[in-house]
Design a binder for this molecule. Structure first.
Ligand SMILES: *[C@@H]1O[C@H](CO)[C@@H](O)[C@H](O)[C@H]1NC(C)=O
Ligand SMILES: *[C@@H]1O[C@H](CO)[C@@H](O)[C@H](O)[C@H]1NC(C)=O
Ligand SMILES: *[C@@H]1O[C@H](CO)[C@@H](O)[C@H](O)[C@H]1NC(C)=O
Ligand SMILES: *[C@@H]1O[C@H](CO)[C@@H](O)[C@H](O)[C@H]1NC(C)=O
Ligand SMILES: *[C@@H]1O[C@H](CO)[C@@H](O)[C@H](O)[C@H]1NC(C)=O
Ligand SMILES: *[C@@H]1O[C@H](CO)[C@@H](O)[C@H](O)[C@H]1NC(C)=O
Ligand SMILES: *[C@@H]1O[C@H](CO)[C@@H](O)[C@H](O)[C@H]1NC(C)=O
Ligand SMILES: CC(=O)N[C@H]1CO[C@H](CO)[C@@H](O)[C@@H]1O
Length: 420
């Protein structure tokens, strides 16, 4: 059953990525870019009343599982189908570059994936039964490209979103639920943001048949709804999209720009990362429906050529182990095949600056002053107040001077008496 349907979907997919013909000329794939979330993993955290003890996850928190390895291996095999016309069956360094965040589960995901992408010719005769492929990474606190670096401005945006009316409304709506959740988990002050952790842990425990009794279907429905909405709100702002999703789209665009202009480029760029990398990239591109990206889900940003014209096609494989990516018609593009120049016009203006510039905290907005947001009114008011102070000071000084004229000298034998 499983086998049959997956072969069928590979077949369907081969049809959908086969060269397209517009005006007779074939549409050819020239460069592929894929960003995916790691595969199935253990929970990243626990909560005080969690009946599942950490020791039940022998490899520890946040680690890729056997199921996760297999999901990525299958995704790699799908990539071989998808990008087979670009990549030699043998690993060639100039063709592909693989980048991962510096986290065990994404590094292992990338490894599992490339084993699926570059299967060995003959497992019984090859001396080493895999083709090693380099996986590049940078320290997580510096990983601007994959949306994970230490970024004070981004933390500030999270606070701003937490204080927004929509999120406040949601916190209010779920307050009775959060109160129950606090009793079940032993956590305090649960809001949409920290409900994430519970939602994720319960999600994983459910997969492994370790769900606490209270986490029935309807509780888990609430938890996953909250999670989905949290992702939506987090990446609904231009700033969070640009900071967390912009760097990757910019990196992809630069590779495409090189290709379009006959410069050297990678035929495939692969990025192994997190839900918090996939969501902002989608949102930056204008795809932000409430959901948490699934394990081993993948975003494709591919460059096609037709004659002397170039097109960008964005697809999202939004279900684990599916071979059915959904193409998107980007806002401002005529069809799912978006002319490269149109794509450039839409997104280039939104590309981020350097991490130093983007991640600097912004000063909070000035508190509202009498006169509202009308800056001239504010200036007039300030001038008026300052003038008034000066006038009062001058009058006061004159009075004092007149007084000193008539009264005792400022410095003299009586001076000390006067002061006391
Ligand atoms: C592509 O791979 C084949 C073996 O699969 C090899 O013979 C050929 O030299 C490779 N092409 C390049 C350009 O290296
Ligand atoms: C792999 O190599 C073995 C030994 O030479 C051979 O019997 C087998 O047919 C090969 N398999 C494939 C798939 O080429
Ligand atoms: C989010 O806002 C709530 C109040 O609405 C506050 O209690 C909580 O501390 C805030 N959390 C963060 C992370 O800012
Ligand atoms: C889900 O949340 C809503 C809103 O707070 C609440 O009315 C409902 O009872 C919750 N469901 C469960 C099973 O707790
Ligand atoms: C985001 O920026 C675009 C133009 O750059 C603007 O039209 C839109 O209103 C902005 N959205 C938000 C939520 O600020
Ligand atoms: C895009 O490519 C053109 C042609 O090579 C080049 O002039 C331009 O600087 C490139 N743009 C960027 C931002 O690199
Ligand atoms: C995947 O995307 C398709 C097309 O947008 C949508 O119909 C479907 O509900 C999505 N699946 C999930 C699990 O989000
Ligand atoms: C920051 C905050 O709201 N803290 C509250 C968390 O909940 C406890 C009791 O549940 C309150 O005492 C704190 O004020």
């Amino acid at each position: 059953m499983m086998m049959g349907s997956s072969i069928l979907s590979v077949f369907i997919c081969l049809l959908c990525i086969a060269p397209k013909h517009i005006n007779g000329e074939p549409m050819q794939l020239v460069a592929g870019h894929v960003l995916y979330r790691h595969g199935d993993r253990t929970p990243v955290t626990t909560f005080p009343l969690d009946p599942v003890k950490p020791s039940e996850w022998p490899n520890g928190f946040g680690q890729l599982t056997k199921a996760g390895i297999e999901q990525q291996h299958r995704l790699g095999a799908y990539l071989r189908h998808r990008y087979g016309m670009l990549l030699n069956a043998t690993y060639i360094p100039s063709e592909i570059v693989v980048r991962s965040t510096d986290v065990d589960r994404t590094l292992m995901s990338a490894q599992s994936n490339v084993v699926g992408l570059y299967p060995v010719e003959n497992i019984t005769t090859d001396n080493v039964p895999i083709q090693p492929v380099p996986i590049h990474t940078v320290s997580i606190d510096l990983d601007f490209l994959l949306g994970q670096n230490d970024c004070p401005r981004y933390d500030q945006i999270e606070e701003e979103i937490n204080e927004s009316e929509e999120v406040k409304k949601m916190n209010k709506y779920y307050e009775p639920f959060f109160q129950k959740l606090e009793q079940w988990t032993g956590l305090t002050n649960i809001t949409i943001y920290n409900a994430w952790d519970v939602a994720d842990t319960i999600f994983v425990e459910h997969i492994y048949n370790k769900t606490p009794a209270w986490a029935d279907d309807s509780v888990r429905k609430n938890l996953s709804d909250i999670n989905d909405l949290a992702f939506h709100y987090l990446f609904a702002s231009n700033d969070s999209q640009r900071i967390r999703g912009g760097p990757l789209v910019q990196d992809v665009w630069l590779n495409m720009n090189n290709s379009v202009h006959g410069k050297s480029f990678r035929k495939v760029k692969m990025y192994s990362a997190h839900d918090t990398s996939v969501s902002p990239v989608l949102a930056f591109l204008g795809i932000n429906y409430p959901h948490q990206p699934q394990y081993a889900s993948a975003v494709f940003i591919d460059l096609y050529q037709q004659g002397s014209s170039y097109f960008v096609r964005v697809e999202y494989l939004n279900v684990t182990d599916s071979n059915m990516p959904y193409p998107y018609v980007l806002d401002g593009c005529p069809t799912a095949d978006c002319p490269f120049d149109t794509f450039t016009d839409i997104y280039k203006v939104r590309f981020p600056s350097t991490p130093d510039v983007e991640c600097a905290r912004k000063k909070p907005p000035m508190p509202p002053m009498p006169g509202g947001d009308n800056p001239t009114m504010v200036i007039i008011l300030i001038v008026a107040i300052v003038s008034l102070v000066i006038i009062i000071a001058v009058i006061f000084l004159c009075v004092q001077l007149r007084k000193t004229d008539h009264d005792a000298p400022l410095i003299g034998p009586n001076r000390s008496l006067q002061v006391l």
